[in-house]
Design a protein around this ligand. Structure first.
Ligand code: URA
Length: 229
């Protein structure tokens, strides 16, 4: 496996940051400084970042900046899946935490840890997810209030749970919800007579998508971030 891949799996560095760390001489393999990101790491190598010995974690926890056009599924006959963005040995072991639509971008979590996944997705945990969206039509303050207090979705027996809606401009808002029903955000906006043109998730609970992780990039979560959930 390439050194920069290894570093982006076991540390919080994304691949670009991992390449830079290596080029600055912060990484040693078996006691020797290795500056080349394409150096091949072998099983049993002792790899240090800033003199801290790194270890392959028993469970994997990753965040991915999902680009548009990728589906959240393990396999799809017609479209690339988010797992295609990860090295194959890793992708095979990971489960996707919740689903984003094919055209939705932003923060997606992946893990090997089923209990951790359940803690985030279970309706009981009421884990907050924040979405930013561009709307087809300007939205009124009244509609924002309705989104906050709850709207009836087609085919659902109960109104949506309390949410937080914040205006950025006429057609650009944040909506923070604590549920994860199928197409929930798009259906909520449809319920107030509007249409979501672009949808991006930037927060799950206390975790935000890093500004320097480009679409398609991923990184391992830090131990502290894993403990958020
Ligand atoms: N709500 C939606 O409608 N789509 C998503 O991708 C996520 C939340």
């Amino acid at each position: 496996m390439r050194l920069d891949f290894y570093l982006s799996h076991v540390t919080e560095l994304a691949r670009k940051a991992a390449k830079i760390a290596a080029s600055k001489g912060r990484v040693t393999v078996n006691g020797v400084v290795v500056k080349k990101a394409n150096y091949t790491v072998q099983e049993g190598d002792q790899i240090c970042l800033d003199d801290t010995l790194l270890a392959w974690p028993s469970e994997g926890y990753y965040l991915l900046h999902k680009p548009a056009g990728y589906v959240c599924a393990t396999e799809d006959p017609d479209h690339p899946t988010v797992l295609d963005l990860l090295p194959s040995h890793l992708g095979q072991a990971l489960k996707i935490v919740g689903r984003l639509d094919k055209d939705t971008t932003g923060l997606l979590l992946l893990t090997t840890d089923g209990q951790w996944l359940h803690r985030i997705t279970s309706p009981r945990s009421a884990c907050h997810k924040r979405y930013r969206m561009m709307l087809a039509d300007p939205i009124s303050d009244g509609d924002l209030q309705q989104l906050e207090s709850g709207v009836m979705l087609n085919g659902e027996p109960h109104p949506t749970l309390p949410a937080v809606a914040e205006r950025i401009s006429d057609c650009d808002i944040y909506l923070t919800i604590q549920e994860g029903k199928y197409h929930q955000v798009k259906r909520m906006l449809a319920a107030v007579g509007n249409k979501v043109e672009e949808l991006h998730r930037d927060q799950i609970g206390p975790l935000s998508l890093d500004a320097d992780i480009a679409p398609g990039e991923f990184r391992a979560l830090t131990e502290d971030e894993v403990l958020y959930f």
